[in-house]
Design a protein around this ligand. Structure first.
Ligand code: ATP
Length: 371
C-alpha cells in the first residue's frame, strides 16, 4: 500500500500483527479527520463505497481495495449492544482508547512509520498480556470476553490479573440483554480455531455464562482430535452447540438442525450395532461428533466400523425379483442390514438371496403380493 499522509494511520490488528510477525487478515486505516473528504482528494483513487454516518470509505487504488475509517469516539448508552458513534474526526488518542485491549490500541503513522502507543500496547506485546483499557470494558461490550479468549489462543497471551478479575465480576453478573449477533461472530471465530484448550477455558472460566445462567460441565473428551481426524465441515458449531440455550444465537438453518439432531441423539437407545447404525445413519457428522461427549465408544464404533457398511442391493434389484414396490421394501432392507452388520463380507448375491428368503416368508404369511 503506497498511500501516505501525515493524518493517516494503520490501527488495531495490523499494527499488532506486524509487531508479532504474524500475517494480518485485513488492513485497517484511520484518518484523523474526515476520511470521506480525504478519499475524494486522493489522485487516481476510485471510490467504491461510502458510509456517511460511520465516516468510512472503501476505495480502489493501484488495483488494491482499501478501507479507510475516520477517527471516531463511541459510547455505549445501551450496554452490550452496538455503540453509538460520536465525534467523527476526533483526535487519534480518543479513537484508539475506545478499543478493546492495549495490544489492539496502537497506531502506526503511514508517513513516518512511528508507532503511537497511548495505552501501553508495546509493553503488553512483550509480556504477552491482554489488558483492557478501562474497568467498564466488559460491561460496555461483553463480547470482548470472547475476544480475549480468541487472542489468548491465537497468540499464546494471558489476560493480566485485573482483566481476569473484571471478567470474573462480569460473568458473575451477566446482563442477558445483549447483541447475540456480535457474540455469535466472536464465538464463531474462536471455536473455528479448533482448540480444545479454548473450549476448556471457555467452560472452566465460566465464559459460557454469557449465553446461559444454567450450569454446564465439560465433556471429558478431546473434540479437537476428533475434528482433526474426521474433518467435519462446520467446526465452531460442534463446540458452541453443546452450550445450553445456544438457540439464543442467530444460527443458520443448517446449524439449528445440527443442534436439534444432537439433542435427538440423546433420546435414543444404543443397545446393538444395528441400533447405533440406524440412529446415526443420515445424521450430519457434526451432530455425531458432538454426541461423542456423551457416549464416546458408540460414536467411535460407528465412525470406525459401522459407517462404511452399505447395502449393495437396490429397490430395482427387488423389483427384478418380481416384487411390487411397497413399504415391505424398507423392512427387507432392514432385515438384510441386520445380517450385513454382523457379517460385513456378504456379497450382493448373498443380499439378493436374503431378499428372496425375506419375501418368501412374507408371502407364506400372506402379506406380500407377487406380480
Ligand atoms: P483479526 O486479526 O481477528 O481481524 P483485529 O484486531 O483486526 O483481529 P477486528 O475484529 O478486525 O480484529 O477489529 C479491528 C480493530 O477494531 C481491533 O484491533 C480493535 O482495535 C477494534 N475492535 C474490534 N472489536 C472491538 C470491540 N468489540 N471493542 C473494542 N474495539 C474493538
Amino acid at each position: 500500500m503506497n498511500l501516505r499522509d501525515k493524518n493517516l494511520y494503520y490501527v488495531g490488528g495490523i499494527v499488532r500483527d506486524e509487531l508479532l510477525n504474524k500475517q494480518s487478515f485485513d488492513i485497517d486505516l484511520t484518518y484523523v479527520g474526515n476520511a470521506i473528504d480525504f478519499a475524494r482528494n486522493i489522485k487516481d483513487a476510485k471510490i467504491l463505497q461510502i458510509n456517511e454516518p460511520f465516516g468510512t470509505v472503501k476505495i480502489e487504488l493501484d488495483g488494491e481495495e482499501i478501507d479507510i475509517a475516520s477517527t471516531r469516539d463511541e459510547t455505549y448508552p445501551q450496554k452490550g449492544h452496538l455503540p453509538q458513534i460520536k465525534n467523527i474526526g476526533c483526535p487519534l488518542k480518543e479513537d484508539v482508547l475506545r478499543r478493546d485491549f492495549t495490544i489492539n490500541a496502537m497506531a502506526k503513522s503511514t508517513q513516518t512509520g512511528e508507532i503511537i502507543d497511548y495505552a501501553g500496547g508495546l509493553k503488553d506485546i512483550k509480556t504477552k498480556t491482554l489488558r483492557v483499557l478501562h474497568d467498564n470494558s466488559f460491561i460496555d461490550d461483553p463480547t470482548r470476553i470472547v475476544r480475549c479468549l480468541k487472542f489468548a489462543i491465537r497468540f499464546g497471551f494471558e489476560p493480566d490479573e485485573h482483566t481476569k478479575q473484571l471478567q470474573e465480576e462480569y460473568l458473575n453478573n451477566v446482563n442477558y440483554d445483549m447483541s447475540y449477533k456480535r457474540l455469535q461472530k466472536e464465538l464463531k471465530e474462536t471455536f473455528s480455531l479448533n482448540s480444545q484448550i479454548a473450549f476448556n477455558k471457555f467452560v472452566k472460566n465460566n465464559i459460557y455464562k454469557l449465553l446461559t445462567p444454567k450450569t454446564f460441565n465439560l465433556p471429558d473428551i478431546n473434540f479437537e482430535e476428533l475434528i482433526n481426524k474426521y474433518k467435519p465441515h462446520n467446526i465452531w458449531i460442534i463446540y458452541a452447540g453443546q452450550i445450553p440455550e445456544i438457540e439464543k444465537l442467530p444460527l443458520t438453518k443448517d446449524e439449528k438442525q445440527i443442534v436439534e439432531d444432537y439433542h435427538n441423539l440423546q433420546q435414543k437407545k444404543y443397545n446393538s450395532d444395528y441400533e447405533i447404525y440406524k440412529n446415526f445413519d443420515g445424521v450430519k457428522l457434526e451432530s455425531i461428533i458432538m454426541y461423542a461427549g456423551i457416549n464416546y465408544s458408540v460414536v467411535i464404533n460407528y465412525l470406525e466400523n459401522l459407517k462404511k457398511i452399505k447395502l449393495q442391493i437396490t429397490g430395482k434389484d427387488i423389483q427384478n425379483l418380481g416384487i411390487n414396490p411397497s413399504s415391505k421394501y424398507q423392512e427387507c432392507f432392514d432385515f438384510i442390514l441386520r445380517k450385513k452388520i454382523t457379517n460385513t463380507k456378504l456379497t450382493k448375491q448373498d443380499e439378493l438371496n436374503l431378499a428372496k428368503d425375506f419375501f418368501k416368508k412374507s408371502q407364506s404369511n400372506g402379506v406380500c403380493k407377487n406380480k
